[in-house]
Every structure is written in C-alpha cells, then in structure tokens.
Ligand binder design. Structure first.
Ligand SMILES: Cc1ncc(COP(=O)(O)O)c(C=O)c1O
Length: 217
C-alpha cells in the first residue's frame, strides 16, 4: 500500500469512528479530498485508492485537473470570483462557497445557459472575520431568499471555515443551528486539524487536504 493510500485509510477510519461516537452512520459523512496545490499524479493515485470525491480551491486548476483525472467527482471549495464562474459551473457537482447574491446570480445565469441546476452551499463567516469570505449570520436569511428564487440554483446547505485560533466547536454548532433553522441538510465543515470535532457537531462533508496528501509546499 502506498503512503497516500495509507493516509487515506487512516482518515477514512477516523471519520467512521467519529461518526459512530456521535451516534451517526459512517456513511452520513463524505470525505472531500482537498487538491489545492497537489500534483495530478497524486490525484490519480487517490482515485485509484478509491477516493473519487475531490475538492479544489482554484477555478482554473479545477478546469485543468478535471480534464486529466478520469473517474473523479469534483467540488469547488475556494472563494470564487464572478469572472471565474465559467470554469466551475457544470464541472463541480457542488460549489461550497457562495458568499453573496451577486455571485449566486452569476452562477445561476451560467447554469441556466448550460441548462443545468447547479448545487451549492452558502459559506457563512461564523467568526465574523474581516479577512474571510462568507455571508454574515444576520445577512444570511435574505441571501437565502434571493438564492432560492433562482431556478438554476439549488442551495443544499452551509459551509464554514472557523477562526484559526481557539475552539472551532462552538462555530460548528452555530453553523448547524443555522442550517436546521432553514431546513438545510448539508454541512461542509472540518479540515485536517478538526474534522472529528466537526463530525461530532453534525458535519456531512469534511474537507481534508494535508492529512491525506501531506503538508502543502
Ligand atoms: C476551504 C478549505 N477547506 C479545506 C482545506 C484543507 O485544509 P487541510 O489541509 O488543513 O485539511 C483547505 C486548504 O487550504 C481549504 O482552503
């Protein structure tokens, strides 16, 4: 077994254990392997080891990698600029980071042009951090209303990146409570350092990069 396959197996086992400890089925949590800065050869290795769901942060990288990693399914997990929407809609099954109405409308327009319904999540700035993208908690209900008016968009849930310092768990709980209040079922939260805590708080998608592929260069 390669080092990568071993790391992957460890993460998968820890996800399953965290789900069981939370009284959840291991199949209720899906692993998104984060491909930011990871070379294509290693992505093909991950797919060969059974990890088909990949998540990319950069729009052009998504477009390029999707062409050369056969068998993979893609999510887009990074901040998205409106002029790069064209690289992402239709290629990513799920866009995690819709943060404002203008971006949502751009995605919807592109999806409508391609005759598809784009699944997406709203990124919520749970720590109210100036440097992070994401919708504020107070602004969220009106953003959701605006996005739900777009037939070419389907908002399925929420995503967050909690502040780097401090306990992420209250932030995960905040995201979960917000999703429940609005009947949203998908929760994208948890990275290499905290995915087990996120699962304890209800994560259905965990985005894990360095614990699988090693530290980014
Ligand atoms: C939005 C997002 N989620 C998840 C990750 C994965 O982080 P880690 O390598 O700590 O698992 C990254 C990495 O940059 C990211 O930007």
């Amino acid at each position: 077994m390669s080092e990568l396959a071993k790391s992957l197996a460890v993460v998968q086992a820890r996800i399953a254990a965290a789900a069981r400890a939370a009284g959840r089925a291991p199949t209720s949590v899906e692993l998104v392997a984060v491909t930011k800065t990871v070379a294509v050869g290693r992505l093909n290795e991950a797919v060969a080891a059974g990890q088909l769901l990949l998540g990319e942060n950069y729009a052009q990288e998504l477009r390029d990698k999707a062409l050369v990693v056969p068998g993979a399914r893609w999510h887009f997990i990074g901040p998205l600029q409106r002029n790069k929407v064209k690289y992402v809609v239709g290629t990513a099954e799920l866009i995690h980071g819709v943060s404002d109405a203008a971006l949502g409308l751009e995605i919807a327009a592109r999806a409508a042009k391609m005759s598809l319904v784009q699944r997406c999540l709203v990124q919520v700035n749970v720590g109210d951090e100036a440097q992070k993208s994401g919708c504020g908690i107070d602004a969220f209900p009106s953003l959701l209303d605006a996005l739900r008016m777009q037939p070419a968009l389907r908002v399925e849930g929420l995503m967050c990146i909690p502040p780097a310092e401090g306990d992420p768990r209250p932030h995960f709980a905040t995201l979960r409570a917000l999703a429940e209040r609005h009947a949203l079922t998908t929760l994208s939260m948890g990275m290499s350092a905290d995915y087990e805590l996120a699962i304890a708080e209800g994560a259905t998608l965990v985005r894990v990069g360095s614990a699988i592929f090693g530290a980014r260069g």
